[in-house]
Structures are given as C-alpha cells and as structure tokens.
Design a protein around this ligand. Sequence first.
Ligand code: ATP
Ligand code: MG
Length: 267
Amino acid sequence: MTGGVKAGGAGSAASANSDSRGLIDIHQVTKSYFSGGVETRVLFGIDLLVPHGDFLAVMGQSGSGKSTLMNILGCLDQASGGTYKLNGVDTLSLSRNELATIRNRTIGFVFQSFNLIKRMSVAENVALPLIYAGVSRDKAYKKALVELEKVGLQDYAKRMPNQLSGGQQQRVAIARALVGDPPLILADEPTGNLDTQTSVEIMRSLQQLNAERGITILLVTHEPDIAAYSKRLVRLKDGHVLYDGPAAEGLRQLALSHEAAAAQPAS
Ligand SMILES: Nc1ncnc2c1ncn2[C@@H]1O[C@H](COP(=O)(O)OP(=O)(O)OP(=O)(O)O)[C@@H](O)[C@H]1O
Ligand SMILES: [Mg+2]
C-alpha cells in the first residue's frame, strides 16, 4: 500500500489494488473515428493522472471530446493510441471479458438520463448490477436497500421509477452505481436533465460520497456552478487539455475568458 489516499478520501473501497500512480493513469491517449474511409481525430494525446479520492470535473465546448474521453475511461470504448492503467491494471492488454470484469468491479456509472429500467421497482433497479455479478437475489435486494438508505430513499424501494422526481431518480441511479462498492464513479452530465435546486442536491450527495467514503468522482458538466463542487477541473478544447488544476482557479480563468470574449467588438 502506498498511502496515496488523499485527505478526506479514507474509504476502504478506494484502496483495493492501488499503486502509486493512482486510480486512473492515462498517457498520450488518442482517439479517431473512421467512417466511409475518413478519419476524424477527436482526442490528441491526453495525459491524466487521477489519484484515489479525487473529485474532478471535465468541462469543454460541445464536441471537444468529453464523452469520448469518459467512454475510454469507463472501458466502454478503446483508445486508438496511448496507454490506460485502471487501478494499476494495463487495460490495453485485457480481453473483452477481463475488461468487463474490471469495469464491473471498479466503476459505477451515472448518466444524464438516469437509465433506470421502467418495469422494475427502485430496489430491483439498484440490485441489478449485483445480480449480473452472480449475487443471489435475496442478498442483492438487501444490499440495494442499504444503498438506498444512504441516499435517503429507503421509503421508495417498492415504487416504480416513473413515480419519482428527476432528482430522486438520479439518486436511485447513484445508489445503483455504488451497490457493488466500486472505488470510482464516472458521471457524464449527471445534472443535465435536472433543475438548479435538484442539481445542487445531487452535487451535495456526490460531494458527501467523496468526502465520507473516499469515492473517486469524475463528472462531465457544462455548468461552472456544478464544476465548483469539485476539487479539480480539467478543461478540454478540440481534443486537447487546456487546463488541469484546482477547480477554483480553473473556473476563475474560464470566467475571465468569457468576459474577454464578451468585450470583443462585434466585427
Ligand atoms: N461514434 C462516433 N463516430 C464518429 N464521430 C464521433 C463519434 N462519437 C463522437 N464523435 C465525434 O467526436 C467529437 C467529440 O464528441 P464527444 O461526444 O466526445 O463530445 P462532447 O465533448 O461530449 O460534446 P457534448 O458536450 O455535446 O456532449 C465530435 O466531433 C463528434 O461528432
Ligand atoms: Mg458529451
């Protein structure tokens, strides 16, 4: 063990199989898409080192490559070049099955549109990743109730997803992401479909998970007010890292660049 867990990030889930290079370690990652024989280059040599316990927001204009990067980090897609170590494991050397195993063990996903299964109750939705992982229904359901309690929704276990508000549905999705005790949450615009007040509640929940359980969180957002809940900010521009550092400083620079753009005389 390296003692690399940051202050406030003392969660036991985060320490499994860690090495000194952090939970996520990507080096010179590139991504191109090919269609009709034409190459579209989307990521141009991204370096990113995320230690256990970090809370990182990724920002950038539409099309800058945020989701592409998140899909690679989530082992949902593979980089065209570069290296990616997840929790000390070189992902490029893994078979499809091995990749699925490390993904299930290491990462909980939260999506903009919640992605709950409509025909299943709240608790069944939360239990599902455990059932896929071979846990018995009984045990999975019990663990789902524990996880629902942590997000304050224990009384909603038997409801159907469409009987919940958007914020409640997103908290169910967070409980589902955490039911297998992964050290990492990846969230692509988790507040994108929520009003401001509900977005604040979701961000506070994520902040709490980070501070109290040491869960490492990477989220994509377009909103500076949402990114302000994170410790660290990465800004992408056209597939390059424009900024990587403390969130407060990055957001200050972003606000200044917006002001400068607004002050440009119209031509
Ligand atoms: N499967 C694909 N095939 C071809 N091009 C793609 C594919 N997925 C994404 N792209 C292109 O890659 C670029 C980056 O897309 P990406 O979805 O990563 O952007 P983003 O930063 O997440 O944008 P947004 O803020 O709109 O969600 C875009 O130009 C997009 O058109
Ligand atoms: Mg996107």
